[in-house]
Design a protein around this ligand. Structure first.
Ligand SMILES: CC(C)(COP(=O)(O)OP(=O)(O)OC[C@H]1O[C@@H](n2cnc3c(N)ncnc32)[C@H](O)[C@@H]1OP(=O)(O)O)[C@@H](O)C(=O)NCCC(=O)NCCS
Length: 155
């Protein structure tokens, strides 16, 4: 039987593995220097391990009473198995304990899997930023989404 995943803080020793998953999973991956900068700035990010191997991570930070979710990624070979859902539940718990009232994020308007994921997680669209992300020689917009942490009861 498969062991339950372990969710723990992301530390600098995880950097190489995170960057490797990032490059595999994203059409426009973050550079290693961005991940390193998030770690150095002390963002309270999390990784999910299955059998001691990292397979998903979420990078976020707290700003006043809002948690800003900047990157959630599951290794492509194990997507669709509920790992991001488990990780984001832990993010909600940590954020509530830290006094956050809501989670806020931006997502590429063409990123349909992520949009479906956030919608299932009861995020609502609260804005739109045109030409926010580079996309090849062009740009694409960002959908801004928010999920309250005070209006939801556990499923
Ligand atoms: C978005 C992402 C993190 C989801 O991770 P995951 O571990 O595969 O997600 P889960 O298995 O927990 O899926 C939960 C729900 O999200 C939705 N979802 C996830 N992947 C989906 C897809 N490819 N198409 C449509 N809906 C999808 C579904 O509603 C799913 O529930 P269901 O399985 O009951 O239908 C993953 O697709 C990913 O890493 N994408 C690349 C990185 C990225 O774009 N991150 C988001 C922006 S930073």
């Amino acid at each position: 039987m498969e062991q339950a995943p372990v969710i723990r803080p992301l530390v600098v020793g995880d950097l190489e593995k995170i960057v490797s998953i990032e490059q595999e999973a994203h059409a426009y991956p973050w550079k290693k220097s961005i991940h390193l900068s998030c770690i150095e700035q002390g963002y309270p990010s999390l990784v999910l391990e299955q059998g001691r191997a990292i397979i998903a991570y979420v990078v976020f930070n707290y700003l006043y009473d809002e948690c800003h979710l900047m990157n959630i990624t599951t290794q492509p070979s194990v997507q669709g198995r509920g790992y991001a859902s488990q990780l984001i539940q832990t993010l909600y718990e940590h954020s509530k304990l830290a006094g956050m009232k809501a989670i806020v994020l931006e997502v590429r308007e063409s990123n349909h899997p992520a949009l479906s994921f956030y919608t299932k997680e009861q995020f609502e669209k609260i804005g739109y930023r045109p030409n926010y992300y580079p996309k090849g020689q062009e740009r694409e917009g960002a959908v801004v989404m928010m999920r309250s942490l005070t209006n939801h009861t556990p499923a």
